[in-house]
Write a protein that binds this ligand. Structure first.
Ligand SMILES: [Zn+2]
Length: 349
């Protein structure tokens, strides 16, 4: 089969790799219907995280189940399934505590599972899914092509934006700032609106992303950063800062922006993968009773909650995809996102 392999920074190739095979009894083979490139895939692409040797890449996909092992009971051949960006059993104590990203039996796409089998990465034609009953969520209704982008966002970005809002404790009637206008930030706007926020301030400098943020529910746009950005937020929030701030970037600057935009007693929800060394200024947080909560989003646990709203069209996170390419053009997908020619690229095998 064909799958995407990263060889080095800016060297993405679609190559023939071994077909996946069932091996543990608890696994499934999924034919990928759509996959996508994540903002975090750009860190190895840019060489920020080094690529020591060529390896498979991609962790967001949806598809159709082609085969299941003898021990699989919740997933059936023919199911359309959503895969979260990691493998989990959905039953261990960490999963039950809502932190399935710390699953005691879990793992990551594009690497060996704990029983020695290989969990294929998502940017390919097929994936062997370990712990299929825990990892996959079936969509048990007819799935049309138009529904695919929205369902694919439940693999990562929509659940991650939701995690920012949940971690910050967004409640009806509150004011929310979203720092970051990538796909996760845009989905965080959707999540804030869905949870009832009435003032939603999107911090964005790009006109196309500003328009999408408004379509998703942003009531205000702030293009300024730093001191001017903080001032603009305060002017929109009675002079004190926002009740909740959703940090969706992961840099020192974005975390600083988030903390300083939060009102005394407010909360930052952070989901940006930390890069560039954000550190928490404990004394200023102490002085203003500002909390910081969040981390890698346990999206597996959010899929069932968000799925009905995606299926009904109540939320339209699939609109974050502004470019679709065949799998064979994965290298161009990375380049388009790296150069910010696209917000998020969908790959169709
Ligand atoms: Zn678990």
């Amino acid at each position: 089969m064909l799958a995407t392999v990263i060889h080095a920074a800016r060297d993405i190739r679609v190559e023939t790799v071994p077909d996946p095979e069932l091996s543990t009894g608890g696994d499934a083979i999924v034919r990928v219907v759509a996959a996508c490139v994540c903002g975090s895939d750009l860190w190895p692409y840019r060489g920020v995280t080094p690529t020591e040797e060529p390896h498979r890449i991609g962790h967001e996909f949806v598809g159709v189940v082609e085969a299941v092992g003898d021990d699989v009971s919740l997933i059936e051949v023919g199911d359309f399934v959503i895969a979260p960006f990691y493998v989990c059993d959905n039953t261990c104590v960490n999963c039950r505590n809502g932190v399935s990203t710390s699953c005691l039996n879990g793992g990551w796409w594009g690497s060996d599972d704990r029983l020695g089998g290989f969990a294929d990465a998502g940017q390919g034609e097929r994936v062997r899914v370990p712990l299929a009953d825990g990892t996959l969520v079936p969509v048990r209704q007819e799935v049309t092509d138009e529904m695919v982008p929205g369902l694919l966002t439940l693999s990562d970005v929509m659940g991650t934006g939701h995690h920012a809002a949940v971690s910050a404790g967004v409640q009806a009637g509150e004011s929310v700032v979203v720092v970051g206008d990538g796909a996760v930030g845009l989905c965080a706007v959707i999540a804030a609106k869905r949870l009832g926020a009435t003032t939603i301030i999107a911090m964005s400098r790009h006109r196309d992303r500003q328009e999408l943020a408004r379509a998703f529910g942003a009531t205000h746009i702030v293009a300024d950063r730093g001191d001017e950005g903080v001032l603009a937020v305060k002017q929109l929030t009675g002079g004190i800062g926002a009740d909740r701030v959703l940090e969706c970037v992961g840099t020192k600057e974005s975390m600083d922006q988030a903390i300083r935009s939060t009102r005394p007693g407010g909360m930052v929800g952070y989901v940006g993968v930390p890069n560039g060394g954000p550190e928490l200024p404990v004394r200023p947080l102490f002085n203003r009773n500002v909390g910081v909560n969040g981390g890698v989003a346990p999206v597996r646990g959010y899929i069932e909650e968000l799925l009905p709203d995606v299926l009904s069209g109540a939320i339209e996170p699939g609109r974050v995809f502004d470019l679709t390419l065949p799998l064979a053009e994965a290298a161009e997908a990375y380049a388009a996102m790296d150069e910010r020619r696209a917000v998020k690229v969908m790959l169709r095998p």
